[in-house]
Design a protein around this ligand. Structure first.
Ligand SMILES: [Zn+2]
Length: 182
């Protein structure tokens, strides 16, 4: 689907913060606030949480009309990262005064659950999803043979965003990006 429901929400939110006609160029401070407000409307494509509630945004710097965003990817959100980067770019380019948007990934410090806001945690709970790490011990069904005789090979896999399981029946490695809904 080309149009996602979030797109409408983004537009409404931006319209409500758009400066009135005749208003001077926004100062860096208000532009910064508007950028954070706009970031608060960008959702993780896989989880019912915004990127700010997930604590994925590490830093935002504004230099004139140039915005640089640094994101800390979670392993649960990893396959969706390119989607989120594009959503962030598209959303921020709609903020008046923003001309270019660069979204970089930071792997310097790992994402932890502590980065999530209380609202983000509540939303995940409300949707029946527990925070990813608590699910690491749940049985994983093999996508190749359906067996649950699987074992976690490495809690973080080859990158921060993947867990590698191993099927003891068909001996296939299984990559797991996010916990299944309960
Ligand atoms: Zn198997």
């Amino acid at each position: 689907m080309a149009v996602r429901p979030q797109g409408k929400v983004v537009k409404q939110t931006l319209a409500s913060v758009r400066p009135g006609t005749g208003e001077a160029m926004p100062t860096n401070q208000t532009l910064n606030d508007q950028i954070w407000e706009a970031l608060g409307t960008v959702q993780d494509p896989e989880l019912p949480v915004t990127v700010t509630d997930l604590g994925l945004i590490d830093a935002v710097t504004v230099d004139g009309g140039r915005v640089h965003v640094t994101m800390i990817p979670t392993f649960s959100a990893c396959p969706a990262i390119d989607v989120m980067r594009q959503d962030i770019q598209k959303t921020l380019l709609n903020v008046p005064g923003v001309h270019t948007v660069e979204v970089a990934l930071s792997f310097a410090e790992p994402w932890t659950i502590a980065r999530m806001t209380e609202r983000g945690r509540q939303r995940l709970l409300h949707h029946g999803l527990s925070v990813p790490l608590r699910h690491a011990a749940a049985p994983v069904a093999c996508p190749f043979c359906g067996s649950t005789n699987t074992v976690l090979e490495s809690p973080f896999g080859t990158t921060l965003c993947r867990s590698i399981y191993y099927c003891r029946d068909c001996r296939n490695p299984i990559e797991r990006f996010k916990p299944p809904p309960t």
